[in-house]
Design a protein around this ligand. Sequence first.
Ligand SMILES: NC(=O)c1ccc[n+]([C@@H]2O[C@H](COP(=O)([O-])OP(=O)(O)OC[C@H]3O[C@@H](n4cnc5c(N)ncnc54)[C@H](OP(=O)(O)O)[C@@H]3O)[C@@H](O)[C@H]2O)c1
Length: 343
Amino acid sequence: MGYKVAVIGATGNVGREMLNILHERGFPADEVVALASRRSQGRDVTYGDTTLKVRALDLYDFSDTDIALMSAGGSIAKEWAPRIAAQGCVVIDNSSAFRYDQDVPLIVPEVNADAISGFSKRNIIANPNCSTAQLVVALKPLHDHATIRRVVVSTYQSVSGAGKEGMDELFEQSRAVFVADPITAKKFTKRIAFNVIPHIDVFMEDGSTKEEWKVMAETKKMLDPKIKVTCTAVRVPVFIGHSEAVNIEFEKPITADEARAILREAPGCLVIDKQEDGGYVTPLDSAGEDATYISRIREDQTLDNGLNLWVVADNLRKGAALNAVQIAELLVNRKLLTERQAA
Ligand SMILES: NC(=O)c1ccc[n+]([C@@H]2O[C@H](COP(=O)([O-])OP(=O)(O)OC[C@H]3O[C@@H](n4cnc5c(N)ncnc54)[C@H](OP(=O)(O)O)[C@@H]3O)[C@@H](O)[C@H]2O)c1
């Protein structure tokens, strides 16, 4: 049996990638519908060899749609996800709107697939923040082996994490630098071309940014509430691919060789760690790929049981669209949709 799948935000960075990934992975869809705002109604988007006409979200009836993959931002999700879910369609949302709701599972299939069983309380499943998704894929197998006590992570996040407008701003500013045009910053708070900005999302009372808080809160929710996490989130002039320098303190001893062997076998991870020139992964290498890449695995000589890692992934894929499609596959493979319909 095939499913009817709606992609909401189908004209955006994540939505277009969702359409690609549904097709690439042969998701069992009888019909795929592309939805966005009324601004995009009638525009063409690509699903494999097929061209889909974009339809307006607020004119669409979800009553015979099984799954909605949603990537249209937090305010749209808050307004629409409960309405869509009430029509019997399971919503997999990419925004932060429901991630911290106790009745909404927050899922990275390689990490906490079993938590999906709680989805029927609200018919909504949350996809994590892009930085958290790749982080927990790398942390989970190490935590299972040596129990993580504390994580210190510094992120190097690409502009595509801020949507189409973020990519356009890096392109326009870079062009303006070369032709000596005036440079304006609209999407980012300072110039991003040939610069880095230590600020993503809004500031919180303790001086952290919301992005940094999300990495902490989501890692605890998915992996283990006992793990201490501190984060510095930085925007860098890279189009696609988030990188993270990760320092981990464990309760039990673990060597770099042991970590390398564990990560080589771990689902979703790909270790590329030759200690020589170019023997590591950069964000450019990760663009268009599904794996979470791990390089620069080494012991931290300043801690009893400490390791350093370099973790890189395509933020539009593992950080968003791929993970959302994997969640949809989990619903199908565990027959959760059929049970819901039968009920
Ligand atoms: N980029 C990432 O790395 C990443 C990772 C994880 C999560 N996310 C989350 O995914 C969401 C989308 O990100 P993105 O990077 O794809 O942004 P984007 O490129 O700016 O795309 C936004 C999408 O939302 C649609 N949209 C806006 N207002 C709408 C409305 N009123 N009704 C229906 N659709 C509407 C847009 O349609 P129009 O073209 O019609 O305006 C567009 O398709 C955000 O919540 C973001 O936080 C992104």
